[in-house]
Design a binder for this molecule. Structure first.
Ligand code: GDP
Length: 457
């Protein structure tokens, strides 16, 4: 990390302000070559740390932009290195021109995630916190943001560190006892260790249990809308999407068939799948069949079953009701603005799922739908005050590995194996957990993780 790197850290599109970040041992040299204060007297290299200075960026004798320069000296910076941030005008050309001047004067262009990678390598963040930086940027809803922020503050790191400390203590104890059997006795120790291993297993299991909520928080609840033709599926979809115009993203697959839309409803994200299947129904006579719904619903976390309450249930409904057995589903009693042909109570009884009255046409019932989904998936309460959520698949995998190793320790104890067997598996669990915080990861993995970051972060 002897090089000094620079990048545009804000979005590269016309905006009010753009930020060029410079980090590394020569950051102060680079800025002193290109910065001039208004009167031309200020020496930027000599200003106190964590101060802001008005002036101009000069490329040779040409003033490139009017700027504010933030000077932050190591070690109290994001990367742990000398850092300079230049607030310039947010035009794409202006930002690129300032960056170009910075690069001409001694900095190298930063790779994706390189600032955060330096923060990790310089010990400013552990790996779980560095990954949380990315998650904060990508958070799609309030819960995702809160859980990433909690991870950024170190909640995952702290929990993992505690377990690792306990494990290393036991490993050290076993090793010392084996080295010095005259003074340290292992009599009765296996039984004590069993208790400790069980305690750590409970902690890890607890963390693993949060990972399904974690996935939902991060990626959204995979939701499928089903119902017989004309029940109101596409009207509902349009209503849900319409409320979210600003943040909806279409991800089109290779075929027109797969289309997902993300919808944020009262802080939770629904990832609605097979929306093409629903929308297609606009132009074909043969409307979406139950078989297709069945296919789409197979892997879904949640099924929204739209019922046309103004008509009697038919064989399509019968088939869908059959399909909903044992699944997480909500029945949407649609078209409440019309006279009803089927009662809510009857539906509740038939399906054993919550039934919510809505009118896709009059746009009613959505709040109750959101509340029901929340209580279904999060028991109505997600708190990030004292709970740690595992939202990262890599962390989950490492926890599973650690749990596996601890089971081996248990088995060795129960089978009366010699003590050095315990320490091998304890060590393996210790190492697996270290992957989460980054103490036990190779350079390749570090590079891979940071390569997924955006530029300038
Ligand atoms: P799909 O085949 O399940 O996608 O159903 P559509 O969303 O295309 O709706 C079928 C018809 O029902 C359309 O004419 C809609 O305008 C109408 N519709 C949908 N929801 C409501 C509702 O809540 N009230 C009334 N009165 N009509 C509705």
């Amino acid at each position: 990390m002897n090089t000094t790197i620079a990048a545009i850290s804000t979005a590269v599109s016309a905006s009010g302000i753009g930020i060029i970040r410079i980090s590394g041992p020569e950051a102060m040299d680079v800025i002193s070559r290109i910065y001039r204060s208004k009167g031309g007297k200020k020496k930027i290299k000599e200003v106190p740390t964590h101060t802001i200075h008005y002036g101009y960026i000069y490329d040779g004798e040409e003033a490139v932009d009017e700027v504010l320069v933030m000077v932050m000296r190591a070690p109290k910076t994001f990367t742990g290195e000398d850092t300079v941030e230049i607030d310039c005008h947010g035009g794409v050309y202006a930002m690129n021109r300032v960056l170009e001047t910075v690069l001409k004067n001694g900095a190298k262009i930063a790779g994706p995630g390189e600032f955060t990678k330096r923060a990790f390598l310089n010990g400013r963040l552990d790996l779980s916190q560095a990954e949380a930086v990315m998650d904060v940027i990508q958070a799609k809803n309030e819960y995702a943001l809160r859980s990433s922020m909690s991870q950024l503050k170190g909640s995952v790191q702290k929990t993992i560190k505690e377990i690792r400390n306990d494990l290393i203590y036991e490993i050290a104890f076993i090793e010392s006892a084996l080295d010095d059997p005259e003074h340290i006795s292992l009599d009765g120790y296996p039984q004590k260790l069993l208790g400790i291993v069980e305690k750590e297993q409970r902690s890890i299991d607890g963390l693993l249990k949060t990972s399904s909520d974690g996935k939902i928080i991060r990626e959204g609840i995979e939701t499928v809308i089903v119902g017989k033709p004309n029940a109101g599926k596409s009207s509902l979809l349009n209503l849900l999407v319409g409320e979210n115009k600003a943040i909806v993203t279409d991800i089109e697959g290779t075929t027109r068939d797969i289309l997902e839309e993300y919808i944020t409803l009262h802080g939770i994200t629904l990832k609605i799948v097979d929306t093409a299947g629903i929308r297609e129904t606009q132009d074909v006579v043969e409307k979406i069949g139950v078989s297709r719904a069945r296919e789409a619903a197979k892997d879904a976390d949640l099924i929204l079953y739209v019922v046309d309450s103004s008509t009697l249930l038919d064989e399509n409904d019968e088939e869908i009701i059959e399909m909903l057995k044992g699944r997480k589903a909500i029945v949407l009693y649609n078209k409440t603005d019309l006279a009803s042909a089927v009662s809510m109570e009857a539906l509740e009884e038939r399906t054993s799922h919550p039934v919510i009255p809505i009118s896709a046409k009059e746009e009613t019932g959505i709040t109750q739908l959101a509340e029901t989904i929340k209580s279904m998936f999060f028991s109505g309460k997600i708190s990030f005050n004292d709970e740690v959520y595992i939202t990262n698949a890599r962390h989950k995998e490492a926890l599973e590995e650690a749990a596996q190793s601890l089971s081996m320790v248990r088995r060795s104890i129960e089978d009366g194996m010699p003590e050095d067997f315990f320490s091998i598996d304890l060590m393996a669990a210790y190492a697996s957990l270290g992957k989460i915080t980054g103490e036990e990861v190779g350079e390749d993995l570090v590079n891979e993780i940071f390569s997924k970051f955006c530029m300038g972060k």
